[in-house]
Design a protein around this ligand. Structure first.
Ligand code: 2DT
Ligand code: MG
Length: 213
């Protein structure tokens, strides 16, 4: 086997409902790590820049109709097509801060297909597992105060309620931390950053895990 000469990066995912503030917080964490000279990159799922991501984008924008189970597999395929890139980034020592990943895949699809969470997690089995999932816990009131509510598919209160329940079930396995998303954004940032910094040292010598294995 190869002798590891360099520490790997950490794989950190931000999860939560729509309008929880994930994208803003991902940017703030990335900037804070850069200031500390931590090699870091961001990613977002769905990755709408690929061919599969283009179909997903058209579906979310309600330009096309697809069976929800088929869309579920496309979301998973969109992660699988990024798997090698994720591993290469981590192995070269760069930390990844990711806006949504497999938990979104299962939580949303279980709500929209009505299928069990176990059915929804299975296509993602074996993907690189996050070292930490930071869950931005947003209330329906806060969600609705934030802008552009209801533009994309799934942005309905009833769907969001089901998705939130699924996230709670998923959080029972794996390393999750919940942070209240309704606080001032700097306050949220400080809480998240502390959890990220606590993790960084600890995972350097651990192999990258595999999801649901
Ligand atoms: P944004 O709101 O973050 O742009 O996401 N989704 C996302 C799924 O249904 N399955 C998945 O695997 C992923 C990654 C959540 C767009 C929407 O896509 C949903 C909201
Ligand atoms: Mg959204």
């Amino acid at each position: 086997s190869i002798i590891r000469t360099m520490a790997r990066g950490a794989f950190i995912v931000l999860e939560g409902l729509d309008r929880a503030g994930k994208s803003t917080q991902v940017s703030m964490i990335v900037e804070a790590l850069k200031e500390r000279n931590v090699p870091v990159e961001r990613r977002v799922f769905p990755d709408r820049s690929t061919a599969i991501g283009g179909i997903i984008n058209d579906y979310l924008a309600k330009k096309i109709e697809l069976a929800p189970e088929a869309v579920h597999l496309l979301f998973s395929a969109n992660r699988w097509e990024c798997k090698d890139g994720i591993l290469e980034t981590l192995e070269k020592g760069t930390t990844l801060i990711v806006d949504r990943y497999a938990a979104s895949g299962a939580a949303y699809s279980a709500a929209t297909t009505g299928r069990p969470l176990s059915w929804c997690t299975s296509p993602d089995q074996g993907l690189p597992a996050p070292d930490l999932v930071l869950y931005l816990d947003v209330t329906p009131d806060t969600q609705q105060q934030r802008s552009n509510w209801g533009e994309e598919r799934f942005e309905r209160a009833e769907t969001q309620r089901k998705v939130a329940e699924n996230f709670r079930k998923l959080s029972e396995s794996g390393n999750w931390a919940f942070v209240e998303a309704g606080l001032d954004k700097l306050e949220v940032h400080q809480k998240l950053l502390q959890k990220v910094l606590d993790l960084l040292e600890g995972c350097k010598d651990k192999p990258i895990g595999k999801l649901y294995e």
